[in-house]
Structure formats: structure tokens, C-alpha cells
Write a protein that binds this ligand. Structure first.
Ligand code: GDP
Length: 216
């Protein structure tokens, strides 16, 4: 899949103020500093699209980007174009936020995830340098509880020895087996090396292709 255009649209304080839900929407979320902005920029091929945060935890908004990409068979010489939303959600687990702003975050995120009708998939980012963290598993358990479809992206894989990355990924998936019968799709990425870009974009293309078929 090729990204033809990627534009910032709007930042919304709650799901009701988000753009009209007329296109499929893929949301990205994870712990503050997990590498979300870098991943979004890497996927869209634009280093300036999402801000790589100088002050993590400060951007408490639902950020919409409009994407125009190719859809369908990757080998088509004249591929059709398809529009979708990419959403940058504020991260969790930042220690220095007040209880009231954490509550606000929780309410905003829960409402968005449960009520946004065009939400197609949530990409949950996990730092591949660390062993499984309770805060990530707890967030995933909430998604499970709310029946929100998600997949996993293990970020910053260039920063650690590949054996350790593989072990962390395996340990994380093993930890999930306690609560999940089927494991989600997962990707290992590096924004620096652009690892995982093609796989994530192909996956989004597959879903978009299916949605387009159903539309017709
Ligand atoms: P966010 O707070 O989740 O949006 O995280 P950022 O994208 O701002 O990244 C946090 C820090 O990690 C920044 O200093 C990035 O340059 C760095 N970073 C993000 N992704 C990668 C990666 O894949 N490899 C390396 N080496 N550094 C990364």
C-alpha cells in the first residue's frame, strides 16, 4: 500500500467533536514516550506529521489525520485510491499528570474507544526493550472487556539486542495467554530503521480492501 497524502485535520477534546465518522479509522495508542509519533511519521513517510513530543503527557487530545492511500492488489498498475483516518491518541502511564487530568484522559479514551462508530482497529504500542509491563496488559484487558479490536506494535526494536527483543515479544504474548485464547496480530518496528512499515501498511490495506468490498 502506498500513502499518497497524509494531512493533519483536527484535535478534538472528546469523541463527539471528532470528524464525521464517514471513513474507517485506525487509532494508535500506548504509554507516553513509547514511540507513537515516530511510528506514525514513519508509516506516513512524513517526519513532521505527528509531533515527537518534547513534553510527554501534555497533548491530551484526539488527533485526526486524513490519509489517502492505494487500496487492493499491491501489484495493480493503476490502483484505486481510498481515504481513511489515522488517529493519534494521547498516551497513558505518564507519572507527572494530576489525578484529575488522568481521570479526564480515562473518560475521553473510554468514550472514544467504545463509541466511535467508524473505529476499525486500535494499534497498541509496546516498548520492545522491556519485559511485559502491568500497565500495558491492564490496558489490553480493558480493550478486551470493551470488545475493541486491537493489534500490537512492539516499538524501538533497533535500540536493543535482537535476542532480547524477541524474548520480550515472546514473554509479552505468553503473559497474554493467561487471559486470551487467541493472540492478536503483532508487529515489530523501528522508526529509525523503518522496520515493520511494509507489514503494517499491508495489514491496513487488507482491512481496507475488505471494507471496500463490503461497501459495494
Ligand atoms: P511518543 O511520546 O510515544 O509519541 O514517542 P516519540 O515518538 O516522541 O518517541 C520518544 C523518543 O523515542 C524520541 O526521542 C524518539 O526519537 C525515540 N524513538 C521513537 N521511536 C524510536 C525507534 O524506533 N528507534 C529509536 N532508536 N528511537 C526511537
Amino acid at each position: 500500500m502506498q500513502i499518497k497524502k497524509a494531512n493533519y485535520i483536527i484535535s478534538s477534546p472528546d469523541y463527539q467533536k471528532c470528524p464525521v465518522p464517514d471513513k474507517p479509522e485506525y487509532a494508535f495508542i500506548g504509554r507516553s514516550n513509547v514511540g507513537k509519533s515516530s511510528l506514525i511519521n514513519m508509516l506516513c513517510g512524513n517526519d513532521k506529521l505527528a509531533k515527537t513530543s518534547a513534553s510527554p503527557g501534555k497533548t491530551q487530545m484526539i488527533n485526526h489525520f486524513g490519509i489517502e492511500s492505494t487500496v487492493g492488489n499491491e501489484t495493480d498498475r493503476k490502483p484505486e485510491l481510498f481515504n481513511w483516518y489515522l488517529v493519534d491518541l494521547p498516551g497513558y502511564g505518564f507519572a507527572k499528570v494530576s489525578i484529575s487530568s488522568r481521570r479526564r484522559w480515562e473518560q475521553m479514551i473510554e468514550n472514544y474507544l467504545r463509541k466511535r462508530e467508524n473505529l476499525t482497529m486500535v494499534f497498541v504500542l509496546i516498548d520492545s526493550r522491556h519485559s511485559p509491563q502491568k500497565i500495558d496488559i491492564e490496558f489490553l484487558l480493558q480493550l478486551k472487556n470493551w470488545q475493541v479490536p486491537f493489534c500490537l506494535v512492539f516499538t524501538k526494536s533497533d535500540k536493543e539486542n535482537q535476542r532480547i527483543v524477541s524474548k520480550n515479544v515472546k514473554d509479552f504474548l505468553d503473559a497474554m495467554r493467561k487471559s486470551w485464547q487467541f493472540l492478536p496480530q503483532h508487529f515489530v518496528t523501528s522508526a529509525v530503521k523503518k522496520t515493520g512499515r511494509t507489514k503494517i501498511l499491508s495489514y491496513i490495506n487488507e482491512v481496507n480492501t475488505e471494507l471496500l468490498k463490503r461497501e459495494r
